[in-house]
Design a protein around this ligand. Sequence first.
Ligand code: AMP
Length: 293
Amino acid sequence: MVKVSEGKPEPNPNKGLPTWTLQDFEIGKPLGKGKFGKVYLAREKKSKYIVALKVIFKQQLEKYRLHHQLLREIEIQSSLNHPNVLRIFGWFHDKDHFILILEYAARGELYKELRKSKHLSEKHAATYILSLTKALAYCHEKHVIHRDIKPENLLLDLEGRLKIADFGWSVQSRTKRHTMCGTLDYLAPEMVENKAHDYTVDNWTLGILCYEFLYGVPPFETESQTNTFKRIIKVDLSFPSTPRVSAEAKDLISKLLVKDALKRLSLQKILEHPWIVKNADPSGVCSGGVSQI
Ligand code: AMP
């Protein structure tokens, strides 16, 4: 049994050896369903610490040959400790399942709040972009590129603090990558064109998200994949007249959605951008749900 200190289950110190079992937890309500299994609210019996248990079916993983990807996800996420990155406290497996012990994000997916409210206020959008930028700066320092940042992979804790989850597509790398991955609307042009890419793909995605937070839809969305590809490659960016969005926000988006990866605004410059400085709450807390402008 893994040590429990300060009420929190500790990351598995045995580098992959399972030390937890389902008997260590009281299982509560289902929190959601993913591609490969279900997520449940749970309480560790000894510490009473509330967590989310992600239960993944081995059979499904085998079918898609994704064992390695899961292990990579666990390894990367376990090595990260930042207030805006969802913690993974440990993992174990039984005959049929892999079970990940995750930090509980009480308000669930940011995506759901965005869909409910259609678009976010500039204050909330800037606060989320600031949190994301800080989290990505931390990840990049540790040579981790996320590559699959999208609203579905962003969770909110009880106070509305953003947590990056789902490191399934991330890579730990000091060199340029060639694999094409991620979700179409959020892909940087160099990924669409299957070229080498690096950390700056996450900066592009920040521009996409900032646009989506403020307008409710990603900027290059079309009815077909082919047309979205074309719009991304051309950086066919336009700003609708409604909802009304400030010139400063548009300036930040335009400086992130730049085809030449070297010319994209750096994470440090995002932190200093006037729109962020004016609108973002540095505590990262977005209380009272998501409001409309
Ligand atoms: P996933 O399998 O990671 O796609 O998760 C499926 C759903 O479970 C998500 O859409 C969330 O609504 C919910 N969920 C996943 N992880 C957590 C968590 N750590 N805390 C709260 N809800 C979660």
